[in-house]
Ligand binder design. Structure first.
Ligand SMILES: NC(=O)c1ccc[n+]([C@@H]2O[C@H](COP(=O)([O-])OP(=O)(O)OC[C@H]3O[C@@H](n4cnc5c(N)ncnc54)[C@H](OP(=O)(O)O)[C@@H]3O)[C@@H](O)[C@H]2O)c1
Length: 357
């Protein structure tokens, strides 16, 4: 039995669907609203059950995890939940996959790690970003070390209230550093300026690329030993960056974070209203050795970035079930096979284009 906590949400419903399609069921779909969970469970092409669960209550969460072999966490807000669900899963003897989590949740689990983590796996950042953004560029470094890697990830996508809380929480040293890049094994602060109104392959019209050396990008730079890595989040307008900047200024002045959720949701809706929902991942690499024969560009386009995160979470479960993930706490990008994931995504209806050249 695979438990999908938050299986009635935007990410979780797709995770549950792909688990069924991959033949990994039976599936337990959990959320506070039993009716919503039941609707998803009934839609699945596998044996499935719906369970009412509130992760804020330890007993309820423990009951949800009992009898599962893997718990996939698609509930949140992830940066408030941190390692709560991971600890409950491991305590129930299950492995764990987190569609979000990032380095902050993984670090929380590793500090004072449960003894059972010596035998169980907990995989964090198993979504699009973090997730694919840290995994797929590794395909560009398979033929030798890189002198330079540039990453652009973004587009227009609806952000629900729960994910808006996560967007508002994504700042501070645990998450990354604005305007920084990775060079010669260290973070260089204040090195990059936003690229406004740029044209990028695979992105529609002109976009704004905002430099942000995320914890994931930094780990990628370190893992690949790339001489220089530049990481950009791409927006179709100034709506979201401005909404976040306004919110953070108010929060720093003592304002309430949750009060800014509607503003972030509206900003994302405004972007989608202009040109629909679309999202692109673009990676450019330059080899250290001249004349290298490996690929230098990877492009992936999807209409639904949140849904694609659900696919990645399900692919991570697949890797776990096949015994491809060692025990302990890991980022998905460090334990998934980039080529296998790319091949699976190529066959997924949520992917419009993959180009590795
Ligand atoms: N890595 C990535 O690229 C990526 C991309 C997108 C999203 N995410 C993350 O994925 C998570 C889900 O995002 P989403 O947009 O899918 O959210 P969503 O649509 O709001 O879905 C949230 C799900 O969690 C359930 N839930 C919420 N609070 C709960 C609680 N206390 N106990 C149990 N279940 C609860 C909800 O059901 P009920 O309301 O009925 O409880 C629902 O099923 C967020 O943390 C987000 O940051 C990651």
């Amino acid at each position: 039995m695979i438990g999908v906590l938050g299986g009635s949400g935007t990410v979780g419903a797709v995770t549950a669907d792909r688990l069924a399609r991959y033949g990994l069921g039976p599936v337990r779909v959990g959320g506070r609203d039993l009716g919503r969970a039941a609707a998803v469970a009934e839609s699945l092409d596998t044996e499935a059950e719906a369970v009412r669960v509130d992760l804020a209550h330890a007993h309820s969460l423990a009951e949800f995890c009992a009898g599962t072999s893997v718990v996939v966490n698609c509930a949140g807000p992830s940066y408030r939940v941190l390692d709560t669900v991971a600890r409950a899963a491991v305590a129930a003897g299950a492995d764990y996959v987190d569609a979000a989590g990032d380095a902050v949740a993984m670090t929380a689990l590793r500090e004072n790690a449960p003894e059972a983590l010596a035998r169980r796996s907990a995989v964090f950042s198993a979504g699009l970003m973090p997730g694919l953004s840290g995994l797929l560029p590794r395909l560009l470094a398979q033929d030798g070390p890189l002198a330079r890697l540039d990453a652009y990830v973004g587009g227009a996508t609806a952000i629900g209230p729960l994910s808006a809380v996560d967007a508002l929480l994504t700042r501070g040293p645990g998450f990354g550093s604005a305007q920084a890049l990775w060079r010669d094994g260290r973070v260089v602060e204040h090195a990059l300026a936003p690229l406004r109104g740029v044209v990028l392959p695979g992105f529609r019209d002109r976009v704004h690329a905002v430099p942000f050396l995320s914890a994931e990008a930094r780990a990628l730079g370190e893992a690949l030993g790339v001489d220089e890595l530049r990481n950009y989040t791409v927006y179709v307008s100034e709506r979201i960056p401005e909404a976040l900047a306004r919110a953070w200024a108010d929060i720093d002045a003592g304002g309430d974070l949750d009060a800014h959720v509607p503003e972030v949701v509206a900003a994302a809706d405004g972007d989608v209203a202009v040109g629909g929902s679309w999202y692109t991942l673009l990676f450019h690499a330059r080899a250290r050795e001249r004349g290298g024969s490996g690929p230098t560009r990877l492009l992936l386009r999807t209409p639904e970035s949140y849904a694609l995160s659900g696919v990645v979470a399900a692919l991570t479960v697949d890797a776990l079930v096949r015994g491809k993930v060692p025990a302990g706490a890991h980022a998905a990008a460090d334990v998934l096979d980039a080529r296998s994931v790319l091949d699976a995504l190529s066959a997924d209806p949520l992917v419009d284009e993959i180009d590795l050249a």
